[in-house]
Write a protein that binds this ligand. Structure first.
Ligand SMILES: Nc1nc2c(ncn2[C@@H]2O[C@H](COP(=O)(O)OP(=O)(O)OP(=O)(O)O)[C@@H](O)[C@H]2O)c(=O)[nH]1
Length: 606
């Protein structure tokens, strides 16, 4: 007989498997740890028992109890939960944001931290998500085999292996644990090594493990099972009503069409049930044609023979659903079984509400956020909000021409908002063309914090360029002297040789004398026949000045001349660009202010 974890003896079953999600920084060992855990359950599988689900793996309680045998003092309880269901793909953005009504689908989480590296960006991000979603967690302090001097004892319980290490190695490990405790404390979490904790409701457990050697895996599983059974009882009570779940993935399967991989977190799902779920266009109502579970590896006869058709599954389970009309289904959406017209109506409303909450058009001006699933979109929008980045449009799917047009509207208000941020999506060819035409920036990344980092770097660069442009448009303070004997033309335009004494002299600047009398506009600066964009102190150049002036009348050889900086420009230098101008420019500006205030006491008043 084939026993599906979670589907046998429905009536007697009281608690379902807790759903466990592994989180943590890239390369800290999430995948390796999951592989080790999966390997453990496959190795100790009973004939016919299915531990591999669709998108998830189950470690039966029988296996956990067997592993925890040497740890009786730490985990005294007999397990009542049927096992632990691990979501197979690590990646917190999606799974932490797949929500069931009133919380995350994850019942418990493992935060993997490389014991050598300590906390990193995604560790902190994960902690923030865990706190926001109120998900209980423990810390797997991974890679203990890398502690200097560590002697590995494969698949041993940590406490046994630890006891056999040298004093120095024990101390080094303890130091790293204290360090982790400090880091957790910084984010408001009390924590300790699991075997030193008295009150598990107030203290986060740190379990030292090696995903490579398997050391500590017995404790990790025992702690997960013990803690979730003890503290999440109400949440784990099995109900035999209509199934509720979340869609992990939408997949096209040869011969089956579009199928959905679903984690059912509550109730029973049967062949023939009507299900309601979300698509980018609205709720989908369809009927379950088939339910598929992976066959145990040993029983697969051919590549097409990977699945086993079952009549029903009960929570918690990962299952593949075959049904018509799933083409536009989106990952991350809720799924409800609804078998009466009232239930269907109710489920459709819930889906609509969920979709409208996430597909937001909030801020009038803001960035465009696109993601592949509802869960990732939700996570992206939340991260943007947390960083005070306004969002004009958030939607699921690839980046289209319409998104570019929307971004270009925001760009008119604020250059730094004319941008599209895409998480795990593609850019459609016409969108790419339009983006080039409208000069809209598109950023793609599959890690949220990197996407935000890219955005902030780009924003800084845009601001810097804007500043340069704005500064270029100002009349700069400058002071120069007409060199005696270097008058090339007396009027219309005046052409003379000068020496810059201070500030930065640029073409287009209006000029004045030391008494503040206007002297026309500086047209060109030349040096050895070359036009210059600016001249700095010490340079001797030729300039042409247009206006109603003549050498010998308004100006003379040897005169000191200043640029006539408009009031608004002077004030801009003194405020916005205060930190960007040199002392020399500031000194010349002070002289100009003195001259100007003789006729206008409020000039450059800030
Ligand atoms: N020595 C040692 N190496 C480990 C351990 N766990 C993982 N590694 C190594 O660390 C590297 C990263 O491990 P992964 O499991 O890919 O890390 P991850 O967190 O899943 O990374 P992403 O999936 O890329 O986010 C790999 O080279 C692993 O072999 C461990 O306990 N000890």
């Amino acid at each position: 007989m084939i026993k599906l974890s979670g589907t046998s003896r429905i009536e007697e079953q009281k608690l379902r498997q807790p759903i466990v999600v592994v989180m943590g920084h890239v390369d800290h060992g999430k995948t390796t740890l999951l592989d080790k855990i999966r390997g453990t359950s496959v190795a100790k599988r009973e004939p016919g028992e299915i531990t591999q689900h669709v998108g998830a793996s189950v470690v039966p309680s029988r296996v956990i109890e067997q592993l925890a045998e040497p740890l009786k003092k730490i985990i005294p309880v007999k397990l009542k939960i049927p096992g632990l269901l691990f979501i197979d793909t690590p990646g917190h953005e999606l799974f932490m944001n797949m929500r069931r009504i009133g919380g995350a689908i994850s019942d418990f989480s493992i935060l993997v931290v490389d014991i050598i590296e300590g906390f990193k960006e995604q560790t902190v991000e994960s902690l923030q998500l865990l706190r926001a979603r109120k998900v209980p967690f423990l810390v797997a302090a991974n890679k203990i085999d890398k502690i200097p001097g560590w002697k590995p004892y494969p698949n041993e319980a940590f406490i046994n292996s630890y006891a056999k290490q040298s004093q120095r190695t024990k101390e080094l490990l303890d130091e790293r644990i204290y360090h982790l405790m400090g880091e957790l404390g910084r984010y408001g979490f009390n924590s300790d090594r699991f075997d030193r904790i008295k009150d598990f409701t107030r203290t986060v457990s740190i379990v030292p493990v090696s995903a490579k050697t398997g050391e500590g895996i017995p404790e990790l599983l025992a702690m997960l099972a013990g803690l979730s059974q003890q503290y999440l009882k109400d949440r784990l009570i099995f109900t035999s009503g209509n199934a509720k779940g979340v869609v992990l993935e939408v997949k096209e399967m040869p011969g089956l069409g579009n199928t959905i991989d679903v984690i059912i977190y509550d109730g029973i799902l049967r062949k023939g049930d009507t299900i309601v779920l979300g698509s980018a266009e609205g709720p989908i109502v369809t009927k379950v044609r088939n339910l598929l579970m992976p066959k145990p590896l040993q029983e697969i006869r051919s590549p097409e023979d990977k699945f086993l058709s079952v009549d029903e599954v009960v929570a918690a389970v990962g299952v593949k659903i075959v049904a018509p009309d799933l083409d536009n289904a989106v990952a991350g959406t809720q799924l409800y079984v609804a078998n009466t017209p009232e239930e269907i109506e109710d489920a459709k409303n819930k889906i609509l509400e969920e979709l409208s909450k996430i597909k937001i058009k909030t801020d009038k001006s803001g960035v465009v956020a696109k993601a592949d699933t509802l869960g990732t979109l939700d996570a992206l929008v939340e991260a943007l909000k947390r960083n005070n980045i306004p969002v004009r449009i958030a939607d699921i799917g690839n980046i289209t021409k319409r998104d570019v047009v929307e971004a270009s509207i925001s760009k008119q208000d604020d250059e730094t908002l004319g941008v599209i941020l895409g998480f795990n999506v593609k850019v459609m060819p016409d969108a790419k063309e339009e983006a080039e035409k409208l000069n809209v920036k598109i950023m793609l990344n599959n890690i949220i914090y990197k996407l935000l980092e890219d955005y902030f770097n780009w924003k800084e660069e845009v601001k810097r360029l804007e500043k340069i442009k704005e500064m270029e448009n100002l009349v700069w303070p400058a002071k120069f002297r007409i060199i005696p004997g270097f008058v090339f033309r007396r009027s219309d335009p005046v052409i003379v040789g000068i020496e810059v004494l201070g500030g930065i002299l640029k073409p287009g600047s209006p000029l004045m004398d030391e008494a503040g009398r206007k002297l026309g506009i500086l047209q060109q600066i030349q040096d050895k026949g070359q036009s210059l964009k600016e001249a700095k102190p010490g340079m001797q150049v030729a300039i042409s000045v247009k206006g109603n002036i003549m050498v010998g009348r308004q100006i003379n050889e040897g005169d000191i001349i200043y640029t006539d900086v408009p009031d608004l420009h002077a004030r801009t230098f003194l405020t916005k660009f205060k930190g960007d101008i040199s002392d020399d420019v500031k000194m010349v500006l002070d002289e100009i202010i003195k001259i100007k205030r003789k006729s206008d006491p409020l000039y450059a008043f800030v």
